[in-house]
Design a protein. Structure first.
Length: 133
């Protein structure tokens, strides 16, 4: 098990004995961060999503059209929330699907790695991510 601590523009990952595994300084402020069960991580910045491998090295960078409001992780699936849209990714940065609901903001509550409730102030839906992993 690992623990991720994210500050304004840097992140630290520790192992279960609280020994530093890696640290990383980012070029922009972090908006949200998440740690996958497999030790990989994802970080949202103003214009990009950055996926790091388990050693803290950049594995993939994706452009972000909208500002991320939050990241919710279940096992090795991430939900990146931006306003009324949620995009799902695996730990390698591959898109597993997206959904949106009317409203100002969303919350994501995972049932398991492949299903999540998406909740807005108006409604809730059960969303299934694609099966490719």
């Amino acid at each position: 098990q690992k623990f991720l601590f994210a500050g304004e523009s840097e992140a630290f990952c520790y192992d279960h004995q609280l020994e530093l595994s890696w640290s990383k300084q980012f070029e922009n402020d972090l908006l949200a961060a998440g740690l996958f069960d497999n030790g990989k991580s994802v970080f949202a910045m103003e214009n990009s999503l950055v996926f790091l491998n388990e050693k803290g090295m950049e594995a993939k960078r994706l452009p972000a059209d909208t500002r991320a409001d939050g990241i919710v992780i279940c096992q090795n699936t991430a939900a990146v929330i931006s306003g009324n849209e949620t995009v799902f990714y695996d730990s390698a940065g591959n898109t597993l699907g997206k959904t949106s609901l009317p409203g100002l903001s969303l919350k994501v509550h995972f049932v398991d790695e492949k299903k999540a409730f998406i909740v807005s102030e108006h409604e809730a839906i059960l969303h299934e991510t694609s099966s490719k992993h």
